[in-house]
Design a protein around this ligand. Structure first.
Ligand SMILES: Nc1nc2c(c(=O)[nH]1)N[C@H]1C(S)=C(S)[C@@H](COP(=O)(O)OP(=O)(O)OC[C@H]3O[C@@H](n4cnc5c(=O)[nH]c(N)nc54)[C@H](O)[C@@H]3O)O[C@H]1N2
Ligand SMILES: Nc1nc2c(c(=O)[nH]1)N[C@H]1C(S)=C(S)[C@@H](COP(=O)(O)OP(=O)(O)OC[C@H]3O[C@@H](n4cnc5c(=O)[nH]c(N)nc54)[C@H](O)[C@@H]3O)O[C@H]1N2
Ligand SMILES: [Mo]
Length: 772
């Protein structure tokens, strides 16, 4: 085992790429070994072992990996997965991007580095600044940094300030952060949710009256049928595989819908069971529908049609008429719209046969407790909101809300992305929320909506941003139109990045730029008059619980996120502001008390967050089959059929995560389950499509995307023959982000079309204009 804790000196060498056959099962002991290896490389064996056993324990820290919930009862001593372990190894690293690092590397040098190299340099150890005309970041004292922020915000108008949030931010921090933005007078609060599950909220809010899922972990164990649509849990939510395996053990069935035969959807070697340790894989999917990218709306409309037909043939046996009549609205219009179907078009849209679809519709008919789980495969396309409303139709027809083992389950990404929204990080806040904040704090929040993350690209480009503050994340690289966004960000007067590790957004900075290094999840937060503090998060199933790091921070100069927000606020608004920021920075119980008086569901927050498993937020559809829509009924909706079809010579590209990355952070360069090693600039293409387009496996190409007649380019990708659905292809995020036109978004939610890129390939030429 290599135990280099030094940062890599060399960057990615794509000529090392190796390709082997995709795997048929996820996890196993290899996963545990790799997790341990990555941990030791970053932090050494002692620190790795000490922290591994604290992940997701009642008195430990919430895994920064994903938003999947923890079991309520018995917890395994190692309640984590390979990728959770890698996530904390990244944070837990003893590598340091200290002042020598910044002195040795100019912005010009850093701008040639990949995200992998930047992230592998280690934790940032003190506040850094770069001013207009300078070539290097240099250290700055904390108070000087805060004063500069206050000065710049006060020198401009509130609508020219933007406050971005990435979903790792804890509840208390998020609450303070939105309060700060609103105290200044702006709702410019874009967040990573805008690029992620925004479509889910946009579909669920109007139909079931809440923008969140309606199932608990226990429901997955009890379900008769679970759909996993547009999701790769083996990599992105590995602990979900245990829940799927348990459902099957209890007699339930699992259907996966995905253009790629993802390893984790096929089989699971649970490293926490004896059989799994011996390498025996449990089957996960009873049926696998290899859908074409963008075909899910057509598929679920076909399910609706078939359920109606079956009900017609045997009235009273398939649909839950009582539920439909007493709890919903719009069923007649829905029934009429789905009475007929064009099978030829449905087969073309989905790439599936009528028989395959009918077989799964029968499984739906036979199940009296169905859950539909989904993630980004269905949230980042033009018709995403319609697709998700169609999922709701299917669930409503059989009364799959408010009964055990049933419901809607959007599987969130970042570990507190759902909590951030609950805390008010929202550019389009509901009026009741602003009223509640104003009443509790005596401020007047602005009512005008702010920019979402897509709108920010234009705001930057049009020179409408003077101050950009980023609470975590990597805005420049996570968003679409990389080149345009980067050019725009450099026009801003001041960019402020509250970060743990170097990333691209620090390199394509505003005229003046600050990097404020912060404590992470695993770090102890003990520099307070009242001693050690803890924070809280909300998981994908609305459980709120505490999280507390215990490790010694990599540097004594790091500040906790809530402290950074309060000190920015004090420097901007003055120490005599109507809100006592200092008292909240000193004692997080004060923040929680104020949250409990502002937000519904958080009554007695301080007391309940200290309970062993935390507490569950209310879910009216689940708790009492009630729906907070204007008519108090759940809504059936009718959407026209829509799907993605590439013109001749083109394919529809989706962008996704490899097994060795966390969004824009790369743990390594392998995508083990898909058989890709030591490289990331690949496009996975069906062998027939390769042949039809006149290319061969491993050809080096430039990728050209078209949208509204405009072209975007990303050069030097390797084509790899891969068993994906035909007509579509796949590449990694963020290498392909430059291909996504800013106007390519999902309707209503405005989420970038990261899974809807129309592309063609051109043989790579050295002279091709380098755009990414
Ligand atoms: N280890 C690790 N864990 C993570 C993350 C990470 O980067 N690394 N990221 C976190 C975040 S922020 C998020 S949001 C989640 C993301 O979790 P996922 O949604 O699983 O992430 P993606 O890699 O984007 O995978 C999308 C899946 O959808 C499929 N897909 C693409 N297009 C379509 C389509 O049109 N229809 C259907 N049915 N399927 C389609 C793809 O083949 C792929 O399997 O994971 C979270 N967890
Ligand atoms: N093409 C394409 N693009 C996508 C997607 C896609 O599927 N395809 N997915 C989208 C999705 S789902 C999401 S959520 C976004 C993600 O967008 P972001 O959330 O903006 O990006 P991340 O890569 O998660 O952010 C990583 C950075 O966060 C900082 N960081 C890590 N931990 C902490 C911490 O504890 N505190 C603070 N303050 N900073 C920390 C580190 O400096 C690190 O460099 O990307 C979106 N972009
Ligand atoms: Mo996400």
């Amino acid at each position: 085992m290599t135990t280099t804790r030094k940062s890599p000196v060399n960057d990615i060498d794509e000529s090392q790429l190796k390709v082997s056959k995709p795997r048929k099962a996820a996890a196993g002991l290899e996963a545990v070994a790799i997790a341990f290896k990555r941990g030791v490389e970053q932090a050494g064996p002692a620190r790795t072992v000490r922290s591994m056993f604290r992940i997701n324990q009642n008195d430990g820290f919430d895994c920064p990996g994903c938003a999947w919930p923890e079991p309520q009862g018995r917890r395994s001593p190692a309640e984590f997965c390979e990728n959770g372990a890698k996530a904390f190894a990244e944070e837990n690293t003893t590598r340091r991007a200290d002042r020598e690092f910044w002195a040795q590397n100019s912005i010009a040098d850093l701008s040639t580095k990949t995200e992998y190299w930047l992230g592998q340099q280690g934790r940032i150890t003190e506040p850094m600044i770069i001013r207009e005309g300078e070539t290097h970041y240099t250290p700055i004292a904390w108070q000087d940094a805060f004063d500069l922020i206050g000065e710049r915000i006060n020198a401009t108008t509130a609508d020219r300030c933007v406050f971005y949030t990435s979903g790792r931010t804890a509840n208390e921090t998020a609450f303070l952060y939105q309060l700060f933005a609103r105290s200044i007078g702006t709702n410019n609060l874009p967040d990573c949710s805008n690029m992620c599950h925004e479509s889910s909220g946009s579909a669920l809010n109007p139909t079931i009256g809440i923008g969140k899922g309606t199932v608990h972990l226990d429901d997955l164990h009890k379900a008769k049928l679970i759909f996993v649509v547009g999701q790769n849990p083996g990599t992105n939510h590995p602990r979900m595989l245990s829940a799927l395996a348990e459902c099957r053990k209890n007699g339930g069935k699992v259907v996966s819908v995905n253009p790629l035969p993802e390893a984790g959807l096929m089989g699971f070697k649970d490293p926490q069971t004896p059989a799994g340790m011996l390498g025996k894989a449990a089957k996960i999917s009873d049926e696998y529908l290899q859908i074409k990218v963008g075909g899910d709306l057509a598929l679920f409309q076909a399910f609706g049609h078939l359920l109606l037909k079956m009900e017609e043939a045997a009235p009273g046996t398939i649909l839950d008429q009582e539920f439909i009549e007493s709890r919903t609205e719009g069923f007649e219009a829905y029934r009429e719209a789905r009475a007929g179907i064009d099978w030829e078009e449905t087969e073309r849209a989905t790439g599936l046969s009528r028989d395959e679809i009918a077989k799964v519709a029968r499984m739906l008919a036979d199940s009296d407790a169905t859950i539909i789980c989904w993630a980004l495969g269905v949230t980042q396309q033009p018709h995403s909101v319609d697709t998700l409303k169609e999922f709701v139709n299917i669930l409503l027809m059989q009364g799959n809300f408010g009964k055990p083992g049933a419901g809607a389950c959007p599987v969130r990404g970042h570990s507190n992305v759902q909590g951030d929204r609950t805390m008010g990080i929202w550019e389009k806040p509901a009026p009741w929320l602003l009223d509640a904040i104003d009443k509790e704090f005596g401020i007047t929040s602005p009512r005008e909506h702010g920019h979402d993350s897509t709108e920010c690209i234009e705001a930057f480009e049009n020179d409408e941003v003077d101050v950009f503050v980023s609470m975590g994340g990597n805005f420049a690289l996570a968003n679409s139109e990389t080149e345009r966004l980067e050019a725009g960000m450099q026009k801003a007067g001041l960019t402020v990045h509250i970060s743990t590790k170097p990333n691209r957004s620090h390199v394509v900075h505003g005229k003046t730029s600050l990097i404020l290094p912060t404590l992470g999840r695993t770090d102890v937060d003990d520099k307070h008059p009242g001693g050690e503090q803890f924070l809280s998060v909300e998981d994908s199933m609305s459980m709120v619980h505490s999280t507390q790091g215990r490790l010694k921070p990599v540097s004594e100069h790091l500040l906790a996120e809530p402290v950074i927000v309060c000190r920015m606020a004090e420097a901007t608004l003055g120490s005599d502001h109507v809100i006592n920021w200092r008292e909240m920075a000193e004692d997080y119980d004060v923040i929680r008390d104020r949250i409990s008086r502002t937000l519904p569901g958080f009554e007695r927050f301080n007391e309940r967050v200290r309970q062993r498993n935390g507490f569950q937020l209310p879910s009216p559809p689940r708790d009492s089959r009630s729906f907070a829509t204007p008519s108090k009924r759940a809504q059936f909706t009718v959407s026209p059929l829509e799907y993605l079809e590439a013109p001749e010579g083109y394919l529809i590209m989706q962008t996704m995560r490899s097994h060795d990355q966390y969004n824009t952070t790369f743990y390594g360069l392998d995508d083990r389950y898909r058989g890709i090693k030591d490289g990331r600039r690949v496009v996975l293409v069906h062998p027939d499509d390769l042949a039809e387009l006149g290319f061969r496996d491993r050809d080096l190409v430039d990728v050209v995307s078209v949208f509204n007649g405009e072209e975007r380019r990303a050069n030097k990708f390797r084509l790899v023959a891969y068993p994906t659905a035909k007509g579509c292809c796949a590449a990694y995020f963020p290498e392909a982000n430059g291909l996504v036109h800013r106007d390519n978004v999902a309707r209503v939610s405005n989420t970038p079309g990261f899974k809807n890129i129309t592309v063609r390939f051109e043989p790579h030429t050295k002279t091709a204009k380098a755009l990414s």
